[in-house]
Design a protein around this ligand. Sequence first.
Ligand SMILES: [Zn+2]
Length: 336
Amino acid sequence: MGQRTNEPNLWEKVKQGKKTKYYKRSKWLSRIASLIILIVLLLLGKSYWDSHDFNSYLQNAVGNNVIVENAITQDITNTVENQAEVDGNLRVYYLDVGQADSILVMDKDKTMLIDAGTNEAGNTVVNFLKEKGITRIDYLVGTHPHEDHIGGLDDVINNFDIGTIYMPKMQTTTKTFEDVLDAISNKGLQVTTPVAGDAFKLTNATCTIMATDTEDTEDNLNLSSIVIRMTYGGNSFLFMGDAEEEVEASRSWLPSDVLKVGHHGSKTSSSQTFINQVMPAYAIIQVGKDNSYNLPNQETIDKLEAIGTKIYRTDKDGNILVISDGTNIQVQTNVK
Ligand SMILES: [Zn+2]
């Protein structure tokens, strides 16, 4: 068993140290390896910046936190909204249409639209509905013939397949109202004037007409507002339109989880007696930012807060989505 004499064993190599050719060989090998690693890292870095925008990276890094936070909030909102759709839960959207009302109800494949904002907001409403994948509105409600409620109805009628149209008996002579009637007749549709006590069903939600057209309606169109109470399992929603105190006093009210506050939070609505009966856990106020009417009225807000109601407002919270699974209610703000 001979050992090759010109090749020292490991122990001898260690002893000889830096002076050996073996050391020199391995030193060169490690230099080459380092060079290869450096080149690979440089190439990786280049390809990263080729596919990433350096400026936006800087902006995020340097601290436009608001954008990042909004993006995250929007992601969460979308997730909750999508989950509600997947689970087949009831979705009620209170749209931010400025100083006006528009509410979309989606109950699986059945839809209801209560009001469509002003003439100006018509397109906003139409686009929102289209983005939600809606092609048909099963129940279209014009609560009363004021422009901030029926202004966008003609656009909605012209853009979607329409089922039943509910409007109060009360009529008016404005151009806006005429436009709505024209859109209805051009499509060969008809208006149904409901009476208190009438009821209809979406998929699982049941809607009951609570009030419309009182004797004083002619002096004040607000009093003709179609008021709807919707129940979904154990949850309930009350949509007041612009109904005022006279309407509230005309009957008794069951408690409701979510109240669309009457007449944009004006003090002409939401009497203490009414609030004490409805006892909403959530209240939605549809108002325009810095509106000239100074709505909502502080008294209305105080009355609701005094009983522990959580208030949401379209001027502050954008489009508000209320989700119900029949037992629990979830609220999402700034929904796109
Ligand atoms: Zn109004």
